[in-house]
Structures are given as structure tokens and as C-alpha cells.
Design a protein around this ligand. Sequence first.
Ligand code: DP6
Length: 362
Amino acid sequence: MPTSAFIHTTSGLTIEKGSVTWESPSNIALVKYWGKKENQIPANPSISFTLSNCKTITTLYYKKLSSPSDEFQFEVYLEGKKQDDFKPKINTFFKRIEQYVPFIKEFEYKIETSNTFPHSSGIASSASGMSALALCIMSIEKELNPSLTDANFTKKASFLARLGSGSACRSLEGDLVCWGMHKEIKGTSDLFGVKYPYEVHKNFKNYQDTILLVDKGEKQVSSTVGHNLMHNHPYAENRFQQAHDNLSKLIDVFKSGDLKSFIEIVESEALTLHAMMMTSLPYFILMKPNTLEIINKIWSFRETSGLHLCFTLDAGANVHLLYPENEKLEVLDFINSQLVGYCQNGHYICDSIGFGAKLISK
Ligand code: DP6
């Protein structure tokens, strides 16, 4: 599909002002996106579980300007407080999407956003935040073009969200979303996320994700910088091939419900992601001592209990503990008795697989 298919053409309709509210969840990658080409094209395909409780709620107020402006006109508020430090990222997002939604310079905006998780939790809000904002922009497009189908609305929202933050394009739907062309998964694209189209065993229904908050501080190295270090990385080509291979293996795993293989693939992906960081130039480490303590505790508890919990990491020190719903009681007991001590202020967040973004009001 050419990117030109996403360009909005005028319908002749006009809007004076309005507001729209969307909520959009975060997601946790099983096969990781790490490395990108020009225009937010991923270097390898990825797949994620959409989350349910960790989400961003964004209201976009828009008002027609008397004449289109040269600059993007907007103010951003996080939890009611003006947040000027969000502006550069949103400005870059607007610049990248302008050619696809040329009407955006005709309006001025007030963006009001809040997260269900603490901003300073070390949980990346870019996936939920950028997808919520992309959906709000798409609601303006839908007002200008009422014939836009729901399927095309979601596809273009994912396309735009990707231009804000790559992983954001996987947050619109659930429960499993792929992004990046993969030869064995029908409909996959580098341009937007798609719902995983094949059979998924009941073992993976309502899978749980407890996020152990090891370090709530700002990341020392942003994902964007990390992705760029995959250019000229000595292991890049093998890593990209490994992501393709792991996705191929997951097709069988999702079908059969083989939790042992699932654990092996997911943990290997998490450690490979961090291995890429440790072997780039400059090299860096985002795990903290408590991240490793938790990983070792998980391994020994898994060994002794025979349960199917495993971990994954994103670009930070927090640990996502993944497990099937029917093991929830034992795993929560394990967390409370053996892991909370490694979490900053004893904090963790219980989440589970979700089904994507929702329109709250228009
Ligand atoms: C480690 O989507 O945050 O979480 O496209 O530069 O905004 P940008 O990067 P971002 O990268 C996420 C990386 C990851 C893995 C993943 O979610 O697949």
C-alpha cells in the first residue's frame, strides 16, 4: 500500500470548532521493535499484547483559525497542568503527519491529556499518548469526510500514530497486534499495525501483565537514540533476522498454546533487546541491580513451582511479569512475598490484555 493512499483530500465540508476524547492503552512487545529506517519504518517486525489498565485519555479541542497558520498552534496540558516540555515531540509529530492530514494547520488546539498510571512511573506513555492523539486527529478527519469507513479510520490512525512513536501504532486494537512486514503473517505492513490474524489458544486469553516498578526515573537514553544506535551495529542484521524467526515460531506457539516455548521466545527477546543496548556504540545499560534480582527470583520460582510466569522488559529497568490468568493467585502471592522489596516504594501495577482504544466523547 503506498503512503499516498493516506493523504486526506478535501471533501468541501468545513468545521468551526469542536472537541473529541479518546482513550488509548499502552502495549507490551513480545517480539521487540528496536532499530528503524527513515520515516519511522521499523527495521524488523514486532508483535505486542495490548494492555487494558495502563492508558492515556486525551481530549482535543479544536477551533478554526481565521487564516491558516505557518506554525502549529497548540497548547498541551497534562493532568490539568500546562506541559510545555511535551511541545517539541508533538510539534515533530504534527510536522510528520501534516502531508496526510493537511487540514491540521487550519485549526488551533488545546490538548488535555492524562494517564491512568503515574507519569513518573518509568512506564512509557508515548504509545498510549501518541495513539490517543492520532485518534483525536482522525476524528476531525472523519467529520470532514463522513464516508471514511471504520476499518480505514483505524488503519490511518495507526499509520499516523507510528509517525508519533513507532510502538504507538500497535495500541489501537487488541489483543495481539503485529507491526512490520512478515512473510508468514497476512496483511502485515511496515506502515501500520494489524490485529494478529490467526488462531490464538485459550492459554493466552486474558494473559496477565504485572509491571514491577523498579525505577521510576527518567530514562538515561531515549528509545529514539537507542533505535538509531542500531545503524552500524555489529549484530544488527542477525538481530533483525532473529525477530523474523521468533515471530514465525510464535505463530505455532499461539496456535498450540505451548507456554514453555512462549516463555523461551519472550525472555530471549527481552534480553536480546538489552544486549543490543550493551553492544552498541556508545553502549549503555538500562537494567538496574533490582531488575536482575527480580529476573533471578522469577527463574528460581518458575523452577520450583512449575508455573508459567516469565518476564519481558522494554527500554527501561521495570520488569513486566507475564503469566496465564489461571495462575494469578499463586503469582500474586509470589510477587507480594518475594518481589515487592525490589520495587521502588513497593509499587507495581496489575494489568492484563486489552482490546484497544475507545472513543469516549465527540
Ligand atoms: C523497546 O516506539 O518508543 O519498547 O519510534 O522512537 O518513538 P520511537 O520508539 P518507541 O520504541 C519502543 C521500543 C521498545 C520495543 C517495542 O515496544 O517494540
